[in-house]
Design a protein around this ligand. Structure first.
Ligand code: PEP
Length: 242
């Protein structure tokens, strides 16, 4: 299975949610599954707009707790009940701005899978780490520490998102993507997730998607900026048909 995941972040597409979903629903079915990750309040609305059309709905985060006195948090079970089938976990903005650790991310992976949400588990290095040759070690830690906690977790998607490529317009080269995805596959084999599809994220656009989609071990894309346009998102999804 290949995935085209639209991360709207804390935005609504300028064309409006209903027009966006209509455009996606009207498009020809494709080889890759389209999943839209809106802000929490739009999950139920999106699910009902999408109906039984082949559009997945995802949250962008979930709590590491089941329930209780955690003001402002949203539990995985609540997200499931609102109609989402998946949840993005450990996005670099969550790690950097909200201080999420690998251990917290591991707990969130457990919370998601125990209620039947497919986690999209994000990993990736900062520019200084890549430039100092520390990428492999960092990825090893991000995956190892989280999956040690989520050792019994079921199926998941892994998203390789180099932080220096997110929202910067600086897409990773096809060589870096191919080499890093191969390395991640090795780590996942040793970490109890040998089959997890690996998607790439970081300044993916309709212009660069086709070339990236041809790289081995690229099972799809996690898209931020370009996902705010249904036309661009559909072109990116269709690039995965190669
Ligand atoms: C993201 O936020 O996950 C992302 C990949 O953003 P962008 O496509 O804008 O780089």
């Amino acid at each position: 299975m290949r995935y085209a995941i639209a991360n709207w972040k804390m935005n609504v597409p300028p064309e409006g949610i209903d027009k966006y979903v209509e455009a996606c629903a009207a498009a020809e079915p494709a080889a890759a599954e389209l999943i839209i990750a809106p802000p929490f309040p739009f999950i139920a609305e999106l699910r009902s707009f999408a109906g039984d059309r082949r559009i997945g709905v995802s949250a962008q985060n979930c709590s590491d707790q089941i329930s209780g006195a955690f003001t402002g948090e949203v539990a995985a079970a609540m997200i499931r009940r609102a109609g989402a089938e998946s949840v993005i976990i450990g996005h670099s903005e969550r790690r950097k701005i909200y201080g999420e650790s690998n251990k917290t991310i591991g707990a969130k992976l457990v919370r998601a899978t125990e209620v039947g949400l497919l986690p999209v588990f994000c990993i990736g290095e900062e520019l200084e780490i890549r430039e100092s040759g520390g990428t492999d070690q960092l990825l090893e830690r991000q995956i190892g520490e989280a999956l040690e906690i989520a050792s019994g977790a079921g199926e998941m998607v892994v998203a390789y998102e180099p932080v220096w490529a997110i929202g910067t317009g600086r897409v990773a080269s096809t060589e870096i993507v191919a080499e890093t995805h191969a390395r991640i596959r090795e780590i996942l084999r040793r970490s109890g997730q040998p089959e997890a599809p690996i998607v790439y994220g970081g300044s993916v656009t309709p212009e660069n998607a086709r070339e990236l989609a041809r790289q081995p071990e690229v099972a799809g894309f996690l898209v931020g900026g370009a996902s705010l346009s249904s036309a661009k998102m559909l072109q990116i999804r269709d690039a995965l048909a190669v």
